[in-house]
Design a protein around this ligand. Sequence first.
Ligand code: FAD
Length: 299
Amino acid sequence: MGPENNASGMIFTLATLVSGDGGYPEGGSLGMANRMAKRFAVLGGTIHYGKKVSKVPVQNGTASGVLVDGEEIPADAVIITQDTRVAIDELFDPPLREPWAKKMRARVKPLLATFIGVGVEADLSALPESLTFVTDEPLRCGGLSISTITINNYASYKGYAPAGCTAITSGIIGDSYDFWKACREKGTYEAEKQKLAEAFLRILAEKLPQTAGKIAVCDIATPLTYERYLHSYKGSWMSIMEKGSRMETYPSKPESIKNVYFAGQRLFIPGGLPVAAETGRKAVQYLCRDTGTVFQGKI
Ligand SMILES: Cc1cc2nc3c(=O)[nH]c(=O)nc-3n(C[C@H](O)[C@H](O)[C@H](O)COP(=O)(O)OP(=O)(O)OC[C@H]3O[C@@H](n4cnc5c(N)ncnc54)[C@H](O)[C@@H]3O)c2cc1C
């Protein structure tokens, strides 16, 4: 879990897996997202990809729709799934000032990572799915110095790499946002990513000689990449639940604006996919209650 996090997160995760109440979705996050999108379409929904909502216009205390490319798309209700920590500041004019929003601004500690994805032209299925090793020299990543590296080995997962090849990933956890942001401003961003890729692949070749000279692709996502794709706070995708802290929760709808609902990982600390799914369901339950509609969880 990393030294900043409350250890109970690990116990919950292990208990969920052991009890059979959770697991790894087939096809990973992409497989899961595609299945949800397909189901939404089957139920009659339409998704407009590649569109950024810049504001949620509010008239007389009621949200009237969303603003996209300067044009207002009217809506009976708006469910905001952008990171709530960012939405409260950027999607409303003026920003939300309710007590819970002030608490969220003060208390949220973002969990970030630099993510390394590698394609190896070798079959690593004889190795375990998860490997952790201590490096001889620390890996320098985003201003952090790391001496323990964990890799995920997807050799036995169908469709992750061509036959005989293996996809490997590794997440370097830590707040490297300011480092990468400074690199982007100085024009050294790509060079620093390249340096990190070379250092990581050197360690990989030392620890797993099967990978030496067999690298087909190495791709690095920094917190800036996540920020660009997700518009989340510092590119984070969960929150740190510190030692001794409680599981903070935030409301599904604001008090001062009607027709607006929130969903997503930031509403229950520390977040993650189950929280994102659960808060989505809860937002719709509130919408149903507000509109006198019977909530149907399954059809
Ligand atoms: C490497 C990695 C490993 C992880 N491992 C796990 C794990 O093992 N278990 C787990 O539970 N969680 C894990 N997570 C965390 C989990 O993926 C996230 O917490 C979860 O995806 C958050 O879902 P969300 O719907 O709240 O937000 P997001 O997935 O960020 O979805 C928000 C969506 O809204 C879009 N959006 C944002 N702003 C706008 C806007 N203004 N206009 C239009 N669209 C917008 C974004 O593009 C995005 O598609 C991991 C994350 C990473 C990066």
